[in-house]
Every structure is written in structure tokens, then in C-alpha cells.
Design a protein around this ligand. Structure first.
Ligand SMILES: Cc1ncc(C[n+]2csc(CCOP(=O)(O)OP(=O)(O)O)c2C)c(N)n1
Ligand SMILES: [Mg+2]
Length: 889
């Protein structure tokens, strides 16, 4: 080649070429390792000369694994391709049928069409089933590719044709979920992935938790792996990438991500003007992962071999993803004209190929050989997690209506012509009539396809996904043994947070239960007074402790250990919640009952990571979420973004979450004990959300016979009788505000001659749930004796009720509809702000004085008192009636 002219970027092309040729010659003669060594020396030298400003964090646009390094696919590729074609068809038929019959059901065809080979390589060669109960791999599937997983389970004989025909029809009978939902298909799906980003972060923490269990000696070391197939669009979610460095730092070589890089998301290209694969390579490399790119199929190998001047790589580098998509949507002629013809070297390279040959060139993610080699390299790689970036086509095989089209994602109604060309392209054994009927293909038991597929799964330990549901129960100490201090508190001062930590500490000492507890914090252990646990149980760190801690020797020393029990996640609520999910589903994933406690700032729970909690609920998590420093006025000095007034309202919407807002240590102990038994012994698929606060106050004892009512959500704490009462009413309070309610009752008696019952409402949401159940039952059984809910038993009659909590009014209002009495809810609606507790309670109108006003107002409205009395009370307590409402300020 003649030397090119100097340019601004390259002042001496001749010299540049000499360097490049020298490197090429070294690699040819002495191999790649030598080439890498020379480069690393050059890099070091460049650093010393201070000329290395930045190195590109990605490699050329080609397969990471060269042809020579490629592990040989051990299976029958032709047969696997036939099976894949059948699965593709059945998945497509499921979706198209559902939409023809019931136009509203939705569903996706194009995603599985792009992921089919990825899934099948995994199913036929890598994803291990549960050979011995609980040692199978955990696989996260792209949610909208679920039809492909169902299609396979049908060929395996695990799902019937009837079920396939009821895709997305779950209400009556045996329909199949739209996406992976363990709640709705508890024997099938292990992990929910329907909300983008949750799969990737959960996968990382599941892989990490496998190591945690091994290092703590709770499970033997094994070859178990976590695999996750995710979308390239999905990688834009913060959760998808938020924990990548953790996976690398902890050397999770039991973890493989396969990113299905079809270059498209729902609306259009993921990076139309860039290259998502290169961007992801840079991201994962920077995070410390092993990156394997699978970009081009085997038929490109010969082209690469002849492309001695790397014209292909140059052209690839210059092609944007938007353009790749357009190339993908068009035929060989278009690709010839708009790709190969653009460069004389490329034109020469494909001169011998027909347009059909060019059209048939595959992307790597559709080539079983290339994928097999990548999976195999990922499994063999040590010391790092691996990501496989597999380049695919969205809607592969869907032709003009769906292949690499902008609208591929939404395409679910295919016309007969498209279906026929799909059949022809994949040589499917279908008549025109069967096409028109969208018949499923089910090769007979003794067919080569079914025999092959069964043999592969048998070899790999069984079918998958399959969810285990049970684990041996664990004995718990009697409540009194570990909670005496709380039950017989006898006026001792402490906060409920302190009580929670003490209960936890006591349980940790129990021989049987202790090791099964998994305490989790996100950099707030000191805030909650848990620093004693650092030394007592150690902080989990796979590398132990490689430094002498500054506070070595102190009782609270910061002790990291390989078998540490405490998961100190740092400032990542999403990560901590993912760890909690891993522990809370260990009964299913590992056949091991664990009792996780994730303790966090309550404001950074349901509000911050609510969707992760929703996914935790879907996968039947069992454990405790402890919302500490809870309440809007109890967390005094903080402010608007720390003070939580809403978590209980959100918690009430999660069906299997039992939420409590206890006021006293004794109540807390009873709730905790009840929860621990439901999880460790009764196998209920529930989790508990309990709020605790850091206000110190005198804790009363709790009598044992009240325990059941504490769990039901309401018990009478006291009765305050005025001698000749002017009126009577019921005051309800929860959490820290119960004490204001108690004080209000005293004021009502002394200042206004009113009698009160004081009720501790440990859970407005549990009360409302049971009341709703009862109301429903009564409605549906009009001829039977009506049932009475606990709420109605407690608060029967017309005595007015005033309820106050440290949460928004909507929380106590949950019970309003089930009461026959006049009901007033006081709450903390509005933005929080920093001040003392007393000032905040006055501001939000939940202090004792405002409770008295609300009580007098209720009695006045019922004619029990003069309205003028309310005015007197306002004057007496110095309440400015003209201040705007707190929620408007
Ligand atoms: C949190 C969340 N946001 C949005 C969606 C809706 N959604 C489902 S699939 C999808 C596009 C996915 O694109 P990609 O991850 O690239 O997967 P592909 O279908 O291309 O394989 C979107 C936006 C969702 N499921 N979850
Ligand atoms: Mg995509």
C-alpha cells in the first residue's frame, strides 16, 4: 500500500505504519501473550513519560474469543437449531393467539426472537437444574421473553397445551403469567424480573449471598452459578449498573450476565448515534468485569481471516447502532450497497458472495457455536464475574413486519403471509392450515428433538426454572427468654429502636436461631445503636480484614471477617434490599430458613426502593424490614427528606407485607416473636415491616393476654374516667404519638371533664385488612349470621373516635370505613422540617393539645358539649386558629 498523506491526527503515517506492522509481526511470530506483554510495557513507559492521557476502555468491534480459542460446541447443532425454531414458533403462536382471541392481552414476540439462541445454549449446555434439591443454578430471564421459556417447558412436558393457550389469562384456571412471577406460578418461576433493573441487581446480590452462605459455613462450597439474561435497553436502569463494582470487588466468578444486545429498546435504538456494545464494554471493564463480546457469527470468520488490513473493523467502528438496525431490517442487496460497497477493500472481500450469502451473514448472538464458546469461557473464568455482550437482532426471523423494525417490540399481530415466511425461513413442519390456526408444534416423545432436549436436561440435573418452596423449620427460644426486658419493662426508659436492637442481639445469641439471622444495614448501624454487632458477629467481607482497624481493642471495634454475619452494604438501599431478598428467599433458593433483618431509615425504604420491595413480595420473601428513625415528628432534627410520614400507607398496599407501628417495647417484642415464628416455623409467605423510633421514654410492661390483640392491631391500653363526665370518647394512637394520646386523655379528664378510652393501634393496616375481609364475607353471605371484625369488636357503638399517628392521615383513615362512630384522623401530612419533637408535633397538629381540640370538636358536633368549649380550649392552649394547614406550608 502506498503511504497515506500526513493528517492533523497523524503527522507521520509512515512511522505509524512501522509501529503497527512491528506489533503485528511480533504477534504473528510469538503469539498474543507476547503482544500483550509488549503493550503493557509500552503503557508503563508512556505513563512514566506522562503521555498516557487515556486509553480506550473497549476493544475492536469483533468477537473477544478468536476462532483458534473457541471451545468446540459439543452438541448436535442442527438439532438444537430445529428445536429453537419450534420454540420460536410456539412462543410466537402463544402471543399472536392471545391477541387474536382477546385483543387486549398484549405480549411480546420480538424479544424472545432475539434471545432464543442465548436461552437455548444455556438450557442445553449450562444452566444446571436442582440435582440434589437445592443446588441448581439461579437464572434470571428477560421478562418479556417468558413465552420462550413456556414454549420450552411445553416440549419438556412440564406445561400443557391448554396452559400455553391461556397465556396471560390467569384469573380463571391455569393461565400463564405475562412475566416471571413466583407469586402467581410458585412452582415455576424463581425470580421476578418484570420491572427492568431489578433482575440485574438482584442477580448480583444472589451470587454474592451464595458466597456469604459458603463463607459462613451454612452451605458447602459448590459450582452453583447465577446467570442473568438482560436487555441492552434495560442496562440504562440505575439498578442494572449500580452494583457492578461490588460483583467485581468480591470476585463473583459464579456470576454471568448475558446482555442481549439487539440494539433496540421499546421505542427505538438504545444508542442510535453510538454503539451500546462498546459503551457497555467500557462500563463493565471499568467496573472490573471480564467482558466477552459475541458480535459476529461463524460465517464471518472467513471474511475476518482474509481482511488483513482490518477494513471490516474500521467500517464496524464507523457504523452507528441506528445504522446497524437499518442494515438489519434490510436485505442482502441493501447491505451490499450500504455497507460493503462503501469501502473498496470490503467490496473485494465479499466479491465472491451472492446477495443471499450476504443476507445470511449472522450476528454472533444467533450462532450456537459462538455463544457456546462464550458461555464456556465465562464458566471457566476465575476471579471475576463475566458479562457476555451478545449482538442479536430484535425480532429475528420476523421478516418485514418485525425484524429490526422500530416497532418490533410491540409487534404481536402477524398476518398470514408473515407467518408463512417465518415457517419457511425456519423450515417448520407446519401446513398452511396449521399456520392459519396458529397450531403449536409438539414433536412426539420419541422424536429426536424431545429425546435430545430431555437428555440434555437430565445431564444438567433436571428442568428449570423450578422453584423450591420448603426448608426445615428452625426452633425459636420462648419469647420470655429473650424479651423479658421489654415485656416487663416496668417504666424503664428506652427507645423502640434500642429495644429492637436488644431483641436482635439476644436472638443472635440463641444457638439454634442465632446463626440463621442475617442483619443488614446500609451504613447506618451506628445511627441505630448497633455498633456492638461489629465485634460480636463481625462484618462480612470475603477477604477478611487486611488492615488494623483504627479502633482495634475497643469493645465496638470495626471487625471485618470472612465469616462475618452482618451485611454492611454501604450507602446503597437498593443493594441492601437486594441482599435482604437473597436472605429472605433462601428457604426457596437454598432450602435454608433464614431470618433477615434489614434496618434502615424508614424514609429510605418504601419511598426509595419501593419497587424492589414489591418484587420481594412477588418472590415470597420472608423476613423483617425494620424502618428505624421512623415517623415525621419523632425524627426531630433532620428534615424534609428524612422524615417519613408515608411508608405505612405504601406498606399497606403490599398484600403479603404485615406492617406495624408499635409504641412500646413490649408490643414490638410480641410482633417480632409472632413474625419470627410465622417465618421460621409456620412457613407463611409473609414479611414484616415494623417502624421503630429513637425517642427515649418510659416503657410500660405488657400483660401476656394482650399479645393476640397486639398482633390483630388494636388493644385497650387504658381507661381514663372523669367523675361525672360531660362526654366520652375513644382515642387511638400508634407509635410515638400514642404518648401524646395518653397525655391528651389526661387533659380531657382534668381540664374538660371528659372520659376516654385509650387504644394502642399497633397496625391500622392489619385492622383494616381484617375488617375488609369480614365486610366482604358478610356482603357475600347475606343469609348467614354476620361476622364481626376485631376492629368492630373493639370500637363498637357510636362513641366518637379520634386517631392520631406520626404518619399522614390516610394511614389511620384506613379503618374509617369500617366504623359506625364519628371518626377523626390526625396526621402529619405535608413536608417535614427540622425542629424539636414538641415543636414538630405542634406544627403538624398531632400533639396532645390538638388531640384534645379534635376530641372536643367531635363531642360538640354530636351535641354532647357546647361548641363554645372548643373555642375556650383553643384559647386556653394558645392555638392560633388562623395558621394555614401544615400540608400547605
Ligand atoms: C422499570 C420498567 N420500565 C419500563 C418497562 C417497560 N418495558 C418492558 S420491555 C422494555 C424495553 C426493553 O428493552 P431491552 O431491555 O433492550 O430488551 P429487548 O426487548 O430489546 O430485548 C420496556 C421499556 C419495564 N418493564 N420496567
Ligand atoms: Mg434491546
Amino acid at each position: 500500500m502506498p503511504a497515506p498523506a500526513p493528517t492533523a491526527a497523524d503527522a507521520d503515517p509512515e512511522e505509524t505504519r512501522e509501529w503497527l506492522e512491528a506489533l503485528e509481526a511480533v504477534v504473528k511470530q510469538h503469539g498474543k501473550a507476547r503482544g500483550v506483554y509488549l503493550l503493557s510495557q509500552l503503557e508503563e513507559q508512556a505513563r512514566q513519560l506522562d503521555i498516557l492521557t487515556h486509553a480506550l476502555p473497549y476493544s475492536s468491534y469483533r468477537n473477544t474469543i478468536s476462532l483458534e480459542q473457541q471451545a468446540v460446541h459439543p452438541g448436535d447443532i442442527a438439532l438444537e437449531e430445529r428445536i429453537t425454531a419450534i420454540l420460536r414458533w410456539n412462543a410466537l403462536a402463544m402471543v399472536v393467539r392471545a391477541n387474536e382471541a382477546y385483543g387486549e392481552l398484549g405480549g411480546h414476540v420480538a424479544s424472545y426472537a432475539s434471545a432464543a439462541e442465548i436461552f437455548e445454549v444455556g438450557f442445553n449446555h449450562f444452566f444446571r437444574g436442582d440435582r440434589e434439591g437445592h443446588d441448581g443454578d439461579l437464572v434470571f430471564f428477560q421478562p418479556h421473553s417468558a413465552p420462550g421459556v413456556y414454549a420450552r417447558a411445553h416440549l419438556e412436558g412440564r406445561l400443557s397445551e391448554q396452559q400455553l393457550a391461556h397465556f396471560r389469562r390467569e384469573v380463571d384456571g391455569h393461565g400463564l403469567c405475562s412475566y416471571p412471577h413466583p407469586w402467581l406460578m410458585p412452582e415455576f418461576w424463581q425470580v421476578p424480573t418484570g420491572s427492568m433493573g431489578i433482575g440485574p441487581i438482584n442477580a448480583i446480590y444472589q451470587a454474592r449471598f451464595m458466597r456469604y452462605l459458603e463463607h459462613r459455613g451454612l452451605v458447602p462450597a459448590s459450582a452453583r452459578r447465577v446467570w442473568g439474561v438482560f436487555g441492552d435497553g434495560e442496562m440504562d436502569e440505575p439498578e442494572s449498573i449500580g452494583a457492578l463494582t461490588l460483583a467485581a470487588r468480591e470476585q463473583l466468578d459464579n456470576l454471568t450476565f448475558i446482555i442481549n444486545c439487539n440494539l433496540q429498546r421499546l421505542d427505538g435504538p438504545v444508542r442510535g448515534n453510538g454503539q451500546i456494545i462498546q459503551e457497555l464494554e467500557g462500563l463493565f471493564t471499568g467496573a472490573g468485569w471480564n467482558v466477552i463480546k459475541v458480535l459476529w457469527g461463524s460465517d464471518w470468520d472467513a471474511l475476518f481471516a482474509r481482511d488483513t488490513h482490518h477494513a471490516l473493523l474500521r467500517r464496524f467502528a464507523e457504523t452507528t447502532d441506528g445504522q446497524y438496525q437499518t442494515l438489519g431490517a434490510n436485505d442482502g442487496a441493501y447491505n451490499q450497497a450500504h455497507f460493503f460497497q462503501l469501502d473498496p477493500e470490503l467490496r473485494a472481500l465479499v466479491a465472491h458472495m451472492s446477495l443471499a450469502d450476504i443476507d445470511a451473514l449472522k450476528r454472533g448472538g444467533h450462532d450456537m457455536r459462538k455463544l457456546y464458546a462464550a458461555f464456556s469461557a465465562a464458566r471457566a473464568h476465575r476471579g471475576q464475574p463475566t458479562v457476555i455482550l451478545a449482538k442479536t437482532k430484535k425480532g429475528y426471523g420476523m421478516g418485514g413486519t418485525g425484524e429490526s423494525r422500530m416497532t418490533s417490540h410491540q409487534q404481536k399481530k402477524l398476518d398470514v403471509a408473515t407467518l408463512r415466511s417465518f415457517r419457511d425461513r425456519f423450515a417448520l413442519p407446519l401446513t398452511d392450515a396449521q399456520i392459519a390456526d396458529l397450531s403449536f408444534i409438539k414433536p412426539p416423545e420419541d422424536s429426536a428433538e424431545v429425546r435430545y432436549l430431555r437428555a440434555r436436561r437430565a445431564e444438567l440435573g433436571g428442568y428449570l426454572p423450578a422453584r423450591g418452596a420448603e426448608a426445615p423449620a428452625i426452633a425459636l427460644p420462648p419469647l420470655q427468654n429473650y424479651a423479658g426486658f421489654a415485656l416487663q419493662a416496668d417504666g424503664k426508659e428506652m427507645s423502640t429502636t434500642m429495644a429492637a436492637v436488644r431483641l436482635l442481639t439476644n436472638l443472635l445469641r440463641d444457638k439454634s436461631l442465632g446463626p440463621r439471622i442475617v442483619p443488614i444495614v446500609a451504613d447506618e448501624a451506628r445511627t441505630f445503636g448497633m455498633a456492638n454487632l461489629f465485634r460480636q458477629i463481625g462484618i462480612y467481607s470475603p477477604s477478611g480484614q487486611l488492615y488494623e482497624p483504627e479502633d482495634a481493642g475497643s469493645l465496638l471495634s470495626y471487625r471485618e471477617a470472612r465469616d462475618g454475619q452482618l451485611l454492611e452494604e454501604g450507602i446503597t438501599e437498593a443493594g441492601a434490599l437486594s441482599s435482604w431478598v437473597a436472605a429472605a428467599t433462601a428457604y426457596s433458593v437454598h432450602g435454608l430458613r433464614l431470618l433477615p433483618f434489614y434496618i434502615f431509615y424508614s424514609m429510605f425504604g418504601f419511598q426509595r426502593v419501593g419497587d424492589l420491595i414489591w418484587a420481594a413480595a412477588d418472590q415470597r420473601s420472608r423476613g423483617f424490614l425494620i424502618g428505624a428513625t421512623a415517623g415525621k415528628t419523632t425524627l426531630g432534627g433532620e428534615g424534609l427528606q428524612h422524615q417519613d410520614g408515608s411508608s405505612h400507607v405504601v406498606a399497606a398496599t403490599v398484600p403479603n407485607c404485615r406492617a406495624y407501628d408499635p409504641a412500646f417495647a413490649g408490643e414490638l417484642a410480641v410482633i417480632l416473636d409472632h413474625g419470627a415464628r410465622s417465618i421460621m416455623q409456620r412457613s407463611e409467605d409473609v414479611f414484616y415491616y415494623i417502624t421503630v423510633s429513637n425517642e427515649n421514654y418510659a416503657q410500660p410492661s405488657l400483660s401476656a393476654e394482650l399479645a393476640a390483640q397486639v398482633i390483630q392491631g388494636l388493644y385497650r391500653y387504658a381507661q381514663v374516667i372523669a367523675p361525672q363526665p360531660a362526654g366520652a370518647l375513644r382515642l387511638l394512637g400508634s407509635g410515638a404519638i400514642l404518648r401524646e394520646v395518653i397525655a391528651a386523655a389526661a387533659l380531657l379528664q382534668s381540664d374538660w371533664n371528659v372520659s376516654c378510652e385509650v387504644w394502642s393501634a399497633t397496625s391500622f393496616s392489619e385492622l383494616a385488612r381484617e375488617a375488609a375481609q369480614v365486610a366482604r364475607w358478610n356482603r357475600l353471605h347475606p343469609s348467614l349470621e354476620p361476622k364481626v371484625s376485631h376492629l368492630q369488636q373493639c370500637l363498637a357503638g357510636a362513641t366518637p373516635v379520634v386517631a392520631a399517628s406520626d404518619y399522614v392521615r390516610a394511614y389511620p383513615q384506613l379503618i374509617a370505613a369500617y366504623l359506625s362512630a364519628d371518626f377523626t384522623a390526625l396526621g402529619t401530612d405535608g413536608f417535614g422540617r427540622s425542629d424539636t419533637r414538641a415543636s414538630l408535633r405542634r406544627f403538624f397538629e398531632v400533639d396532645r393539645k390538638h388531640i384534645v381540640i379534635a376530641a372536643l370538636d367531635a363531642l360538640a358536633r354530636h351535641g354532647a358539649l357546647e361548641r363554645s368549649l372548643v373555642a375556650s380550649a383553643l384559647a386556653r392552649y394558645g392555638i392560633d386558629a388562623e395558621l394555614p394547614a401544615p400540608w400547605t406550608r
